[in-house]
Design a protein around this ligand. Structure first.
Ligand code: NAI
Length: 345
């Protein structure tokens, strides 16, 4: 079976070629998937896509017209897929968990770097500037961290923060029965937290959950971390709050409009997104290019699960990791309640 592999990067190719993928040949494409590039899948039997590909109705219909019946997302999030358009036409599978440790540990790395300004020290000492002025941080011990979303990644991050001796409070729309997690209402979390870290998915509910109104409820000088999805934060409101120091610092691995810029070398371009340019230029912002997932364990698991997802489809087996639009709250187990032979339709 021939599979069109969109938005390929060297590390993807390396791992997909390394894992056993007998019966599958990948056509590696640099282009991101959208309605214009869908035609590149002509002659293929399936598609592999990633976080910044655009699987809207037009793209889905185009792929379907080409005879594509399976799209394997090589990621956990699926906010970029129009499930309603895909239902009955194209099965969508994903990698529900490849290494929650990769993302949780990276969140800790961002927290430490942002606080202790390690990225700044690194640049200074490379220039033989050994001054410590403006590098002051704070002890994490005893500080209150508010974690929004206590799923696979959030729960691991809760445990990491406890290791630092932090007071951990959490909010989740669907809290897990775990007596070690202190759940509070969202407003209380905003009010009490010295640091807030986002680990919930992007849904209609969570879109712009950090906006002017919620920022107003936060402590003066709060720190914010987002390793989940960019549109959880309204960028203009964040920028304003950073400029007036209501938010003392932000560590962002994701950005609202990242699909236009991230994962590519844009160092020789004039960036057209003014908000992004201003955020990057602020001394209290640490921004990385959606790399929290990037460990070798995660990449290997992504490749293995995606290959297995595709094999399940082509061998007419139940689809373990299928998701469909009937999952209204987008957080429950994979698959809908109306499975036919282990498939959504
Ligand atoms: P998960 O599905 O295990 O956990 C998500 C949690 O959020 C669940 O406990 C759910 O109940 C909760 N939730 C749902 N709606 C909510 C709401 N309205 N308010 C508060 N909580 C809500 O997902 P997992 O694996 O922990 O991943 C979390 C997110 O991390 C993903 O949705 C994805 O967007 C992001 N991610 C980012 C990566 C990166 O490289 N930066 C890599 C992988 C995931």
């Amino acid at each position: 079976m021939k599979i069109a592999f969109f938005d390929t990067k060297p590390y993807d190719r390396q791992w997909f070629e390394t894992v056993d993928h007998e019966g599958l040949t990948f056509k590696y494409l640099e282009a991101k998937l959208n309605a214009d590039t869908a035609a590149l899948a002509k002659g293929c039997d399936g598609v592999v896509a990633f976080v910044n590909d655009n699987l809207d109705e037009a793209t889905i219909n185009h792929l379907y017209d080409l005879g594509i019946k399976i799209v394997a997302m090589r990621c956990a999030g699926y906010n970029n897929v129009n499930f309603e358009a895909a239902y009955g036409k194209i099965h969508i599978v994903r990698v529900p968990a490849y290494s929650p440790y990769a993302v949780a540990e990276y969140t800790a790395a961002l927290l430490l770097s942002m606080n202790r300004k390690i990225h700044k020290s690194y640049n200074r000492t490379r220039d033989f500037n050994f001054s410590l002025v403006n590098l002051e941080g704070f002890d994490l011990f005893g500080k209150t961290i508010g974690i929004i979303g206590t799923g696979k990644i959030g729960k691991i991050f809760v445990d990491i923060c406890k290791g630092f001796g932090m007071d951990v409070i959490a909010y989740d729309k669907f809290p897990i029965p775990d007596p070690t997690i202190q759940y509070v209402e969202l407003d209380e979390l905003f009010k009490r937290s010295d640091i807030i870290s986002l680990h919930c998915p992007l849904t209609d509910d969570t879109y712009h959950m950090i906006d002017e109104e919620s920022i107003a409820k936060m402590k003066q000088g709060v720190y914010l971390i987002n390793t989940s999805r960019g549109p959880l934060i309204e960028s203009q409101a964040l920028l304003k709050a950073l400029q007036n120091r209501k938010i003392a610092g932000a560590a962002l691995d994701v950005y609202e409009e990242e699909s236009v810029f991230f994962f590519e070398d844009r160092s020789n371009e004039i960036i057209s997104d003014e908000t992004l340019s201003l955020l990057v230029a602020l001394p209290n912002v640490l921004l990385t290019s959606h790399q929290a997932f990037l460990t070798k364990e995660a990449l290997e698991n992504i490749a293995k699960t995606t290959v297995e997802n595709l094999k399940e489809f082509f061998e007419d087996r139940p689809l373990t990791n299928e998701i469909c639009y009937e999952i209204k709250n987008h957080q429950s187990a994979n698959g809908c309640e109306h499975k036919i032979n282990g498939r959504c339709f």
